[in-house]
Design a protein around this ligand. Structure first.
Ligand code: SF4
Ligand code: SF4
Ligand code: SF4
Length: 272
């Protein structure tokens, strides 16, 4: 029964967040929202323990579609980085700011870039593309993420500085246009570089938060050196080019790990 503690632990964490936010914000939405996400993730971990091949994809679809369709399109919450800046500037600690705090800023201290592997609606689509593990060496294009990060900040700040009216409506359209642009660029890059996750590696502005925070992540894939036969399969199947056989925090591309478990599933010696 010990192995089932992981999904239970995850469910308890999310329930704790759900109940805390429900009571402190006096808004039952948080109870449903975080309970749903916690249940979806716990289901995924359970299915993974049961060795179900598509466990991660199921969570990705359950959480990603919920956030994109329900929170984004129906509730008009801009959950992109522009929405985070918007709510930060207005001083409102609501859905987008809470979402960023939990999933992308402080959460990664605990569960690394689990967001990228199990919840992001951009990667949810990109992961359907044919290039699951990169066939070419990684490009030195990671600096682009700082440009997209700065552009998003300047865009929202200038709306405030120019005292533009009805910014909330602009944020809704920015969410639609931003997502379409992400999908278009992400799909084009995936085909150009033969790498589904090229967008994540070079363009995504959110990685400016995710990478440094996930460096300290409690949850990490570790290698049992006594079992490892250095076959290199884990590195070949890794979509993010992580050197998972190195247990140090400075492992190559360590802050890129999205906890997708492909390396674990493919290791012939159960060393991971
Ligand atoms: S890097 Fe960005 S686009 Fe890729 S999964 Fe993470 S948040 Fe989504
Ligand atoms: S796949 Fe397993 S055995 Fe092979 S190098 Fe990686 S950890 Fe070692
Ligand atoms: S294959 Fe392993 S090292 Fe690579 S991203 Fe997935 S979990 Fe991390």
């Amino acid at each position: 029964m010990k192995k089932y503690l992981a999904p239970l632990f995850m469910l308890i964490i999310f329930e704790a967040v759900a109940i805390t936010l429900w009571l402190t914000k006096d808004n039952i939405f948080y109870l449903f929202n975080f309970s749903y996400i916690g249940l979806s993730i716990s289901l995924g971990i359970f299915l993974f323990i049961k060795k179900y091949k598509h466990a991660r994809r199921i969570v990705q679809l359950l959480v990603g579609l919920y956030m994109l369709m329900y929170l984004g399109l129906i509730c008009n919450e801009n959950m992109q980085i522009e929405g985070f800046w918007y709510y930060l500037f207005t001083g409102v600690f609501e859905a987008a700011t809470i979402h960023y705090a939990v999933a992308k800023i402080f959460g990664p201290l605990l569960f690394g870039r689990g967001w990228c592997g199990y919840a992001c609606w951009t990667a949810m689509v990109l992961d359907f593309l044919p290039y699951k593990s990169p066939s070419q060496p990684r490009k030195k294009l990671g600096w682009i993420r700082y440009i997209t990060f700065t552009v998003s900040l300047v865009f929202v700040a200038s709306l405030f500085l120019a005292k533009v009216g009805n910014i909330e409506r602009i944020m809704f359209w920015a969410f639609i246009v931003g997502n379409l642009a992400y999908y278009a660029v992400g799909i084009a890059l995936a085909f150009a570089f033969k790498d589904n996750r090229a967008f994540c590696k070079y363009i995504c502005p959110i990685t400016v938060f995710l990478k440094p925070m996930s460096y300290f992540s409690v949850l990490r894939i570790k290698c049992d050196k006594d079992k490892c036969i250095s076959c290199g399969k884990c590195k070949r199947v890794c979509p993010m080019n992580v050197d998972v056989t190195d247990n140090s925090r400075k492992r190559k591309n360590g802050t890129e790990c999205i906890l997708c478990m492909e390396c674990v599933r493919n290791c012939p010696k159960d060393a991971l």
